[in-house]
Design a protein around this ligand. Structure first.
Ligand SMILES: Cc1ncc(COP(=O)(O)O)c(C=O)c1O
Length: 400
């Protein structure tokens, strides 16, 4: 009898037809609810990745599902040749809750940063200023402008030469930043907490020094809050506790609860774009804006920034024994954006062990685990998370 051909696995099907750019976990996820996702074999996982800091309301939140389904059966896309009400309402909602006066919507984070880079160039043009200063270890996206701002050679090297006019300085080094900002600088772009680079917060004094350096030369201070925004760090924007107010901010990830969107928010004095300077076909479409409006409403109604503070503090407290026991060197970050620094290079092994234990976490490097759960996480789920993180680290440590 001839062999029956085994059915192709999900991984082998993908390998045949998708460009091989992702190092995916061996896991096919088919559904989710709240902080939990389910794979194609029916196993449940507590999700501390949340679509990489995206699903602020968790999975399948009824408010987002209802807003998307209502808008999808009304009007999805007409382009920016016309006015649409969800886009105006979203801009109004974001302006009302922030020091910014105007919004521009995109489809992703990297596009929001591209818009910020172009805006800064446009703003600096009269002074002949075009240089952008950003940080080594930063991450601003994969399109060429955002990639040039990203301070990580591993992402940049294969695509050289990148657009010119970008300078990188080490984070939290006030002197290096002050020296780098000159009359040629049109903007400084910073993540208040560097996410992809390993969850490294910038000090308040550093943000204040960046504000001062920008003011000295007339450059824009742009904060990339694509990962830190939407209440994740315990306030709507991570910059709020610092008292520093930027000229512009970029948002994406959680803004529409998982539906693709990005936003550039700017103060009036920085709103340098003229008609025709920038545009996008799908950015700010009614569907994504309706999802964002629903997300913002739930964020407020359920005080999810407050929950990020409270549950974040519980999670840090529950993880402290691992620092005491010497497995972890440090737990850093704010709210529900935490980085766990391991003493040994076991972070990637711990991700695999955690998966076996029914927990999704991700590693930003060999010694850093990143925890960015949905902001709706409960105290009970924090307890389960801490317990499984501990076991995963223990098993990963034992295997080395
Ligand atoms: C701080 C920051 N900026 C920009 C981006 C890029 O966003 P996107 O992947 O939506 O293009 C990311 C994504 O991880 C990010 O964390």
């Amino acid at each position: 009898m001839s062999d029956v051909t085994a059915p192709a696995t999900t991984a082998s099907r993908e390998a045949r037809v998708h460009l091989q750019t992702y190092a995916r976990q061996p896991l096919t996820l088919v559904s989710g609810r709240g902080c939990w996702v389910t794979d194609d074999e029916g196993r449940d996982y507590l999700d501390l990745v949340a679509g990489i800091a995206v699903n602020v309301l968790g999975h399948a939140h009824p408010a987002v599902a209802e807003a998307v389904s209502r808008q999808a059966s009304t009007l999805v896309q007409v382009s920016n040749l016309y006015f649409t009400l969800p886009q105006i309402e979203l801009a109004e909602a974001l302006v009302a809750r922030s020091p910014f006066d105007r919004a521009f919507f995109t489809n992703s984070g990297t596009e929001a940063n591209e818009a910020a880079i172009k805006l800064a160039r446009r703003h600096g043009r009269e002074r002949g200023a075009h240089e952008i200063v950003s940080l080594t270890g930063s991450f601003h996206g994969r399109t060429l402008g955002s990639l040039a701002a990203t301070g990580q050679p591993k992402y940049q090297a294969p695509f050289a030469p990148l657009p010119a006019g970008f300078r990188h300085v080490p984070p939290n080094d006030i002197e290096a930043l002050t020296d780098a900002v000159t009359d040629a600088t049109c903007a400084v772009i910073l993540e208040p907490i560097m996410g992809e680079g390993g969850v490294h917060p910038l000090r308040d004094e550093y943000l204040a020094a960046a504000r001062e350096a920008c003011d000295r030369v007339g450059a824009l201070l742009v904060l990339d809050e694509i990962q830190t925004g939407m209440g994740r760090t315990g306030t709507f924007f991570a910059f709020e506790p610092s008292g520093v107010v930027p000229d512009a901010v970029t948002l994406a990830k959680g803004l529409a609860g998982g539906i693709p969107i990005g936003a550039l928010l700017v103060r009036e004095a920085a709103a340098a774009f003229q008609v025709g300077d920038h545009g996008t076909t799908l950015g700010g479409n009614p569907l994504s804006c309706a999802a964002a409006l629903a997300t913002l409403r739930v964020l407020d109604e359920e005080d999810l920034a407050g929950n990020a503070r409270a549950r974040g503090a519980e999670l840090v407290a529950a993880l402290q024994p691992l620092v005491g026991a010497g497995v972890l060197a440090e737990v850093r970050g704010r709210g529900l954006m935490l980085g766990l620094e391991t003493r040994e290079p076991i972070a990637r092994a711990a991700v695999a062990e955690a998966r076996e234990l029914g927990l999704l976490v991700n590693a930003t490097g060999d010694t850093t685990l990143r925890l960015v759960p949905p902001l709706v996480i409960t105290s009970d789920e924090v307890g389960i998370a801490a317990d499984r993180v501990g076991h995963a680290l223990e098993r990963a440590g034992a295997a080395t």
